[in-house]
Write a protein that binds this ligand. Structure first.
Ligand SMILES: [Zn+2]
Length: 957
């Protein structure tokens, strides 16, 4: 396929005007009657494109709220084939895909010339193509045929998350623009004059001592224009980046095998110029290291450009990459995995992003051992020491970033297509998990054997479209090993193996270790004999496919046997991986108290500790500590014990939360058996529970959670009760709208003494009698919200509750009190003792409410033993950070519509909300009598679950 494109940039109206001519050769063995074309600028035309919809599910509302003039599109198309008009139409679903029906069938080996003019209205920077002022990122910009390969046509709409698949060809591109622009582009610049200009810019940049990071102004565009001419063979895309402010650094790297020099260019503005200078060597590092481990870079130049990009830290194009300075190695590395080995990135993102990340970390490790996604952040400084990870191999620090997702059932198969990953997983699974698994494969095969096999892969598949099975075939043939356990078992799996040392025995100068693996997978794992100083004396790998294996060591002076000493084996629990010879308890490691969090270790069990602080009016200030055994990665058994001391009540308070994870599969992502015990203020409670979470298959899956619990509550002022409780929650949301449904049923059982006249109204004597009660409460709420503009939303909540067996219930429904009944003790309250007696508290502690039941934000002390219905409306005000609210409610017992309205302020992700009632049924004559009346009606709610660090991962997903 040979492209000829001539394009002119209009930098006043941000429009490209171009003509394109493509020589299209049918290299397939099939006769073609039509062609698919990509018109990707149309992805930015409106809110209905695949790109626009994906943005919403990735929680990005910038494009959704963009003005018409900020959007983009392609127009002026007039396709001709061999100079003749041709029938073409836009895809019904995707306006960024077109289908051209050929006038004559194109036979194998046949050749046609397709031509068209086109205009691109450049969008603002929402993804990859766009402009920020007069800084231009021109990518995915021209009409481009889709790939037709042995699996057929691969048309694909443009997406932010999920990349591309393109045919190789030669490009001849002429770009006309004002003369004072500097351009970084795919291909080799042909204009001698511009080459001289670039060289002189490079000399100027090299002489700059200090960059003025404040100065980001665009100089005026030159009246005169210039036409830059670029040519290149054997590439599959062409991108260019133009800016009048670019500084230029020019360098050279000599390739390891051919000794051919490659010119490297860095183009950057003042914005983060110092970081570019500091990382200037990294472009050369990447070109050299990837060449060394895979094969020489085939082109004569490589360029990295700094530019505003709204799709991650960088984006790769052949020979040119647009990137933040910290991603230079990764993006330049894509020349191999994407550029030269041109796999289908949309379908198999791990083949380019994942394997490229493996080489990226390996390249960075040439200068710093701790070079991974996480280890580069924590291990180079005092922070690493504080976390107690400074003596661990890098993999021990990097692996938890994906193991944490695995541990709570949020894993997805490495091999899934790009569109299936939820945003966070796209980074942790596609990039990091793949990279870590390839490191494991490298260690298993041995670096030399692995490198040699990858050299073969590069040689055989360069300038082609390899599929996963092609990579497996080359690696198997080259190494002589069957690797189905890696490609077919491990990569597509969301369960992991778990290896542990069963027994270790010594006899007659040799040591036998029995290694067992549980779970579905049985993968090779390294087993090593270490001396007392931790040095490896001897090590062996177990064979794949065998769950129990005996490993024999002949070395002398063995102190301990360790499974997976380099932390590369993809397992969750490493605490059973070590056995000390001759120790009284060979498999019990010392327990270390570690502040806050750390990485899991083979040689130590860890107990984490963090300070805790509390307050309520009964206990006063409480000070204590939280002890827990897991934070980022959940274990089978997870616990938090938080003892505190109440300085006013002079007694021990606190909570203990123990959860046992039951292996979950299929629809279930997480099943937990737990017990929560609490002792605060005037109550103590214990609640065993079973909680089930559904699996989140893709970004659009709704979250569901079902909890079955049994609460036992002992309250100083009320009869003890038992309450079986069933709760179901469903929530779904995107960047601009969401829905949440809550349904729960609570069956209370308690005995209390009641005046006998209530039991039998005709009894003359007064007295008390013990009576059993068992009311059941049903509650259903539905909440919907949508944004009417960025950061501003409208919420509607409806609630109904009714009681079965309502005899003298002590658990009625409330419209809204100053304080909440909170029967099941699920919300931390400052004051639990006064809330039943006061509707307008005078102290701040009893003005707390939790928005249960009627959800009234005004203190309307109305309750029901029968049924209650409420409607709550909230609308953020456009200009201030206040929202207005209106609550409406009815109860069975009173023939009246209650209401409350006022203003609301929210803080800390809605964890704290403060309500200012302006009018409503809480006031004697619907309005406050005076300022004091108004002031005393101010109330607030606290939802600390929103800030719970133990739910961080769940919240992020
Ligand atoms: Zn990448």
């Amino acid at each position: 396929m040979n492209y000829k494109i001539e394009v002119t940039l209009d930098d006043v109206n941000h429009i490209l005007s171009a003509t394109e001519q493509i020589e299209y050769v049918n290299h397939s063995p099939e006769t073609l009657t039509f062609l698919y074309f990509h018109l990707w600028p149309n992805a930015y035309q409106d809110r209905n494109t695949a790109f626009a919809k994906q943005q919403l599910f990735n929680n990005e509302d910038k494009f959704y709220f963009a003005k018409e003039e900020s959007r983009g599109s392609i127009s002026g198309l007039d396709f001709k084939i061999n100079g003749q008009n041709v029938k073409w139409e836009l895809d019904a679903k995707n306006p960024d895909i077109a289908k051209l029906t050929l006038n004559q069938p194109l036979v194998p080996g046949g050749r046609i010339t397709i031509s068209t003019p086109f205009q691109v209205k450049l969008p603002d920077s929402f993804s990859r193509l766009g402009h920020v002022g007069q800084s231009y990122q021109i990518s995915q910009w021209y009409p481009k045929p889709a790939v037709f390969d042995q699996k057929g046509w691969h048309p694909m709409p443009y997406l932010d998350q999920g990349e591309f698949y393109s045919e190789f060809g030669s490009f001849d591109v002429r770009i006309t623009l004002p003369a004072n622009y500097t351009v970084g582009a795919t291909g080799v610049l042909q204009n001698e004059r511009e080459q001289t200009r670039m060289d002189s810019l490079a000399r100027v940049t090299a002489a700059i001592k200090e960059f003025n990071t404040e100065d980001l102004a665009f100089p005026a565009s030159a009246k005169a224009t210039k036409t830059l001419h670029y040519k290149q063979d054997r590439i599959h895309d062409f991108a260019w980046f133009a800016d009048k402010r670019f500084h230029v650094l020019k360098n050279e790297v000599v390739l390891p095998y051919s000794k051919r020099p490659v010119t490297t260019w860095l183009l950057f503005t003042n914005r983060v110029a110092d970081q570019w200078i500091g990382r200037a060597h990294e472009i050369n590092d990447a070109v050299y290291a990837y060449s060394l481990w895979l094969g020489d870079y085939p082109y004569s130049q490589a360029t990295a450009v700094d530019a505003a990009l709204s799709a991650g830290a960088g984006m790769e194009y052949p020979m040119v990459t647009v990137t933040e300075p910290e991603a230079i190695i990764h993006e330049v590395g894509h020349n191999w995995f994407y550029g030269i080995l041109a796999s289908n990135e949309r379908k198999h993102p791990w083949l380019d992003e994942g394997i490229n990340s493996y080489y990226e970390f390996r390249t960075k490790a040439l200068r710093n051992k701790y070079a991974g996604m996480v280890s580069s952040e924590v291990n180079t400084n005092a922070f690493g020491k504080f976390l107690g990870v400074d003596d661990l191999p890098p993999a021990a620090i990097d692996n938890p970033a994906y193991l944490s997702a695995v541990s709570c059932g949020l894993d997805q198969p490495v091999t899934a297509p790009a569109t299936q990953f939820r945003t966070l997983n796209y980074g942790t699974i596609v990039y990091l998990k793949t990279a870590q698994l390839f490191q494991y494969l490298e260690k298993y095969l041995g670096t030399a054997r692995f490198d040699s096999a990858m050299h073969t892969y590069y040689r055989q598949w360069q300038f082609k479209h390899p599929y996963p099975e092609d990579l497996q075939a080359v690696l198997e043939k080259s190494t002589g090993e069957k690797l189905g356990w890696f490609f077919k078992d491990l990569l597509p799996s969301t369960t992991l193996p778990d290896a542990h040392l069963q027994t270790v025995t010594s006899s007659g100068g040799s040591t036998q270790a029995i290694v067992r693996q549980t779970g579905k997978l049985a993968l090779p794992v390294q087993v090593a004999a270490l001396d007392a100083a931790g040095k490896t004396l001897e090590s062996h790998w177990t064979k794949p496919g065998e769950k129990e294996q005996t490993v024999t060591f002949t070395a002398s002076g063995i102190d301990r046997i360790v499974v997976d000493p380099e932390y590369v084996f993809p397992e969750l629990d490493r605490r059973d991986n070590q056995s000390r010879l001759g120790a009284l308890f060979p498999k019990s490691e010392p327990i270390r108290l570690q502040p806050f969090l750390s990485a899991d270790r083979i040689d130590q069990k860890q107990l984490f500790v963090a300070p805790s602080l509390g307050y309520n009016t009964f206990d006063g200030f409480q000070l204590g500590a939280a002890f827990y055994n897991s934070f980022l990665t959940e274990h089978k058994l997870n616990y938090v014990v938080m003892p505190m001391y109440g300085f006013k009540s002079s007694r021990l308070t606190g909570l203990a939360d123990v959860k046992f994870r039951i292996p979950a599969q299929g629809f279930l992502r997480k099943v937990e058996l737990g017990v929560l015990g609490q002792r605060f203020a005037n109550f103590h409670s214990i609640a065993p529970s079973l909680t089930i979470h559904n699996r989140l298959h893709n970004p659009t899956t709704a979250r569901q959670q079902l909890t079955l619990a049994w609460h036992y509550v002992q309250d100083d002022f009320l009869p003890d009760f038992h309450a079986p409780h069933l709760a179901y929650q469903l929530s779904t949301q995107n960047a601009v709208a969401g829905t949440q449904v809550n349904l729960d049923v609570t069956h209370f059982r308690y005995t209390t003494s009641v005046p006998t006249f209530i039991v039998t109204p005709n009894t003359p004597e007064e007295g008390f009698q013990e009576v059993d009660f068992s009311p059941t409460r049903f509650r259903l709420s539905l909440e919907n919200w949508f944004k009417y503009r960025p950061e501003k939303e409208i919420r509607v909540r409806g609630f109904v509750g009714f009681m079965a067996d309502n005899d003298y219930s002590r658990s009625p429904y409330y419209l809204g009190l100053a304080g909440s009944p909170d029967y099941l003790k699920q919300t931390p309250f400052f004051n639990r003792t006064e809330m039943f007696t006061t509707s307008q508290g005078s102290s701040a502690a009893i003005r707390q409410t939790d928005r249960q039941d009627g959800g009234f934000r005004n203190g309307v002390p109305v309750m029901s033993q029968e049924w209650l219905a409420a409607l709550n409306l909230t609308a953020d005000l456009p200009v201030t950070s206040f929202a207005v609210y209106l609550d409406l409610g009815r109860v069975q017992e009173q023939d009246k519509l209650f209401y409350g309205t006022g203003l609301q302020l929210s803080f800390f992700r809605n964890a704290l909300q403060v309500y200012f009632p302006v009018a409503g049924s809480n006031y004697a004559s619907d309005l406050p009598k005076n300022f004091k009346d108004f002031r005393n009606s101010i109330r607030y709610s606290l939802n600390l679950q929103r800030l719970n660090p133990f739910r961080l991962l769940d919240e992020l997903q």
